[in-house]
Write a protein that binds this ligand. Structure first.
Ligand code: NOJ
Length: 539
């Protein structure tokens, strides 16, 4: 059976947060050489691509999402040679490499911005969004920064405000400037020439705004059921992001990426539009599918963990993704609380099953395969600017960005620096919950992930088969079929605290829980992959 599909549809993506994966030079912060040294782990685990969060020169005001040079490596992470070695070794092992691309904003230390703010007549003034104050001296409109406060900062020297959708250290680039656009498209070419296999596009839907800078209207239903109410949520963000002009821009980006050479590349768009799946899906490019290969789908992060909640979400995604386009699912990343903490231990194992069996490319976040929990970062070690700025303990994103735990050696094998010198603390149970220990335990979270990844590799139905929800005998059991030609598997999960009777005669190929399995009963919070009768295991 053939699957004429590109690698990014059949494969699994693994997100590496470079600061926290492996420190090779003993400064307590991970680096590119460290990632290179751990490539064999990714092969062993069974993923197909790694996505590297930013490693570019940066003052690290937002941990690399404030880029001061789009075409280099911050000395903290190594240099371009280290990057080239990483790509070469990844490719030698059949792993693809995706890099982060941050087009909405640069760092305020980027030479482009330094030049832009020099004077109103600067040749790069129009590379950023500058506006005169309102008549009373206040900002030009009511837009807010996603990180709190106004989205405008006054530059005293030139008397104008500049726009920043995030920190004031992250001025927004002006994509309506043809010269800026060309310079940024060149940065894509730069990394493609170095062999990268794709780009994760940071806040892709923010890049273009209303050219008239109209005020956002108030949001009649703040919080939208997915985030706590904040001044930011109190506005409807109709003018400061998701502008229709972004679609033409992404057609250009796509043409640059697809047209570069014969390598098959992917673009992943970080697009949070949880209440507007149609607008989210529009970034695939409508019928022509000529924009972003995969707008990232964050719906599972906030899904209600009931049969109805899961079924509804998957149905909505299946319906929203245009014909011929490919879905994807995300369950964790560096902006979220850790999966194991969000969902709790019972659901976390089912989450692994769900993520790796739905129809669509999964993105795994480093450490979730060990069940690393959120780490309570002491106040004097809080690093995330969002957390520092809020002053509210636990509000920042540090808790989900802590170092990977490899083994029981000093600092869990992450660094030769003792734990106190690490940029963030290790999780509390690293002595027990680490790659070395869990790989020896067939019932560990790591062994579950590895078994699921292995099965996904083995079964065409799981990789690319059609999804069909099944109605089961219990309202606590979420079941669906994946089928490709004659290859068929059924996935069932009990979302309740009681055992559930299932009408299965087939032996399970995999259970998420250790211990004896019963053919006609799912244990509380047990998930299974079944081999419907009449089929053998081999693909
Ligand atoms: C989204 C990134 O994932 C997040 O970490 C960052 O703070 C913002 N974009 C701003 O770049």
């Amino acid at each position: 059976m053939t699957e004429p599909r590109p690698w990014w549809q059949t494969g699994v993506i693994y997100q590496v947060y470079p600061r926290s994966f492996q420190d090779s030079d003993g400064d307590g912060v991970g680096d590119l050489e460290g990632v290179r040294q751990r490539l064999d782990y990714l092969v062993w685990l069974g993923v197909d691509a790694l996505w590297l969060s930013p490693f570019y020169p940066s003052p690290q005001a937002d941990f690399g999402y404030d880029v001061a040079d789009y075409c280099d490596v911050d000395p903290l992470f190594g240099d371009l040679d280290a990057f080239d070695r990483l790509v070469a070794d990844a490719h030698d092992r059949g792993l693809r490499v995706i890099v982060d691309w941050v087009p909405n904003h640069s760092s305020d230390r980027h030479p482009w911005f330094v030049e832009s703010r020099r004077s109103r007549d600067s040749s790069k003034r129009e590379w950023y969004v500058w506006r005169d104050p309102a008549p009373d001296g206040s900002p030009p409109n009511n837009w807010l920064s996603a990180f709190g406060g106004p989205a405008w900062t006054l530059d005293e020297a030139t008397g104008q405000y500049y726009l920043h959708s995030f920190l004031k250290e992250q001025p927004d680039l002006n994509w309506r400037s043809p010269r800026l656009k060309e310079a940024m498209l060149d940065t894509l070419r730069f990394w493609m020439a170095r062999g990268v296999d794709g780009f994760r596009i940071d806040v892709a839907h923010h890049v273009l705004k209303d050219p008239g800078l109209r005020d956002n209207p108030p949001n009649p239903a703040p919080s939208g059921g997915h985030k706590p109410t904040s001044p930011y949520d109190a506005q409807l963000h109709v003018h400061d992001k998701d502008h229709p002009d972004a679609h033409a821009l992404y057609r250009e980006v796509r043409a640059v990426v697809d047209g570069f050479d014969s390598r098959e590349r992917v673009t992943l768009g970080e697009i949070h539009l949880p209440d507007a799946l149609d607008r989210w899906a529009a970034y695939y490019g409508g019928e022509t599918l000529d924009e972003i290969h995969m707008p990232l789908n964050f719906g599972l992060l906030n899904v209600e963990w009931t049969v109805e909640g899961l079924r509804r979400h998957v149905a909505a995604v299946e319906a929203a993704v245009p014909d011929g386009a490919w879905p994807n699912y995300v369950l964790g990343n560096h902006d979220e609380r850790r999966l194991a903490t969000r969902l709790g231990p019972k659901r976390a194992r089912l989450a692994a099953l769900l993520l790796l069996t739905l129809r669509g490319t999964p993105t795994l976040y480093y450490g979730d395969e060990l069940g690393i929990p959120d780490v309570a970062v002491p106040a004097d070690r809080v690093r995330d600017p969002m957390g520092v700025r809020s002053g509210v303990p636990g509000l920042g994103r540090d808790s989900g960005r802590t170092p990977m735990a490899w083994d029981t050696s000093l600092s869990a094998g992450f660094s030769t620096e003792p734990p106190k010198g690490l940029w963030l603390p290790l999780h509390r149970h690293w002595g027990r919950e680490n790659v070395a220990s869990q790989s020896k335990d067939e019932n560990s979270m790591l062994s579950l992930y590895r078994a699921l990844l292995g099965l996904r590799r083995e079964r065409p139905a799981l990789r690319t088969g059609a999804y069909r929800p099944l109605t089961g005998s219990s309202d606590k059991v979420f079941s669906f079929e994946r089928r490709l030609g004659s290859d068929r598997v059924v996935v069932s999960m009990n979302l309740g605290d009681e055992p559930a009777i299932v009408s299965s005669q087939a032996p399970p190929v995999l259970s998420t829980l250790p211990g004896p399995v019963s053919r006609d009963q799912l244990r509380p919070w047990e998930g299974r992959i079944l081999e419907p009768a009449g089929r053998t295991l081999s693909a």
